[in-house]
Design a protein around this ligand. Structure first.
Ligand SMILES: [Fe+2]
Length: 460
């Protein structure tokens, strides 16, 4: 029923994106023609609004990490960007990574990356406004693995993902980039999951910022298919673990790997990011696990206490405005939270100026599987029907941050709330400095927890 409604909603108009809705048979045909080559590039957010990066696989004997960029569709007067090649997860390919810098706002660019057959076909990428802008938030894209010879669930996930992007980008052509709180893939260890994730044509035009989820951490492929900015590997992270941060206009994102309990490194990344971006109007946290998310796996007390102990003091002592989470496959949004309590209501449709506390939004799952019902007093809003997927947009407009959550099949508005910031952040207040001093004890415990966790992973 869900996809019938997607198709009935029709083509959503011309936009800055080439993101056509496809019938299942059309998507299946696209999938079949692209899934084997393992050469599609990811477009990743850059360290700030003037840069993006490309990451792709190439035959190891022919790999050259170069990208051409031009303001002309015939690629005349192109700029050439050099990058790096590194080993891939397979023996036949290398991974090429190239950062594109010096982008200007609201500009049409054309680009090509170097493939084993020479320069790729030309793709168009339109930058958006740098100050006021809009962001797409989608969680738990979680592209399925192929089960034996059966790729049907992977094909279906890609189909839903493609058409949700088509709807969201068609309705919001001003979207500048995608933020996801992780579980981008299901097993984290197959190339096909990543190729399906980036198979929609829109992914050549939409830079993405992808957190690491517990499913991604089942494998190591995130390492080879992403190129996130300011990656922070810390002193104690293990395997896939890393955090990253980036800035776009007036917004600072702190993206944590919540699959690690490494408190010292989480705190260190937050300090680094905030100290280098004192002038950012908005501070947004991204973690995979739904600390205040809808969904009954958050009823697991051990997980809840662990997440709250490690992350909540960081979010609060650095005065974050919003935290984006996922994992529970249930859309929800909290009231204003502080110290694990609701400090003020955040009702749908209302505007709040300089509120106390942090709003947490919990993203749904793209393919809509394993929806978990859960109600809690901290939830202002919870949408848990299992036949509908959702997406959220963040619109930064002057002093306002407007959150809107819509159905992923027909775009109907489910929830909105507006935050207005007129004051400076308060991380230097006596209370917040004390919170960070008190956090030293948590850092010790987190360090011990991480060491034990690392040993368990090594020997399990
Ligand atoms: Fe998860």
């Amino acid at each position: 029923m869900c996809m019938v409604m997607v198709l009935q909603s029709g083509l959503v108009g011309a936009s800055a994106f080439n993101a056509p809705m496809l019938e299942h048979t059309e998507w299946e045909s696209r999938y079949s023609s692209l899934i084997k080559s393992n050469t599609l590039p990811t477009l990743n957010v850059g360290i700030n609004e003037t840069s993006v990066s490309l990451c792709w696989h190439c035959d190891k004997d022919k790999a050259v990490a170069q990208v051409r960029l031009s303001e002309n569709s015939d690629m005349s007067d192109f700029r050439l960007y050099d990058g790096k090649t590194t080993t891939a997860e397979n023996e036949n390919q290398l991974v090429c990574r190239v950062e594109i810098t010096g982008l200007e706002e609201n500009t049409s660019y054309f680009y090509q990356w170097y493939t084993e057959n020479g320069w790729s076909e030309i793709k168009e990428y339109k930058t958006k406004a740098f100050a006021d802008h809009k962001v797409l938030v989608v969680g738990d894209i979680q592209i399925s693995e192929i089960h034996g010879d059966d790729a049907s669930s992977q094909i279906y996930d890609g189909y839903v993902w493609n058409n949700m992007l088509s709807l969201a980008l068609g309705s919001n052509p001003e979207i500048a980039y995608l933020v996801s709180p992780g579980d981008n893939t299901s097993t984290g260890n197959t190339a096909e999951e990543w190729q399906t994730l980036i198979m929609p044509e829109a992914m050549r035009q939409l830079p993405m910022a992808l957190a690491i989820g517990n499913h991604d951490k089942k494998g190591m492929h995130y390492n080879y298919y992403t190129n996130m900015p300011n990656e922070f590997y810390g002193k104690h992270f293990y395997g896939l673990d890393r955090n990253f941060w980036f800035r776009y206009g007036d917004v600072l994102y702190l993206v944590f790997n919540s699959t690690s309990g490494d408190a010292p490194d989480h705190m260190a990344m937050a300090k680094e990011a905030v100290e280098k971006n004192q002038d950012a109007k908005w501070r947004i946290g991204v973690v995979h696990h739904g600390i205040y998310g809808a969904g009954d796996c958050i009823g697991d007390k051990e997980t809840e206490i662990l997440l709250n102990t490690i992350f909540t003091p960081i979010f609060e002592s650095f005065d974050l405005d919003l935290v984006i989470t996922g994992h529970t496959h249930s859309q929800g949004r909290s009231h204003f939270m502080e110290n694990r309590k609701v400090v003020a209501a955040a009702e749908s449709g209302k505007t709040y100026t300089d509120p106390e506390g942090i709003v947490y939004i919990n993203a749904n799952s793209v393919a809509g599987r394993v929806i978990m019902d859960y109600e809690a007093d901290y939830l202002a809003y919870s949408f848990v029907k299992n036949d509908v997927t959702t997406y959220t947009t963040l619109e930064f407009k002057g002093n306002q941050l407007i959150l809107e959550t819509r159905r992923g099949d027909n775009g109907a508005l489910l929830d909105s709330v507006t935050l207005e910031r007129t004051k400076q952040h308060s991380e230097n207040s006596a209370g917040n400095v004390l919170k960070r001093i008190g956090y030293k004890a948590i850092e010790v415990l987190g360090f011990i927890y991480t060491k034990i966790d690392t040993l368990v992973r090594k020997f399990s």
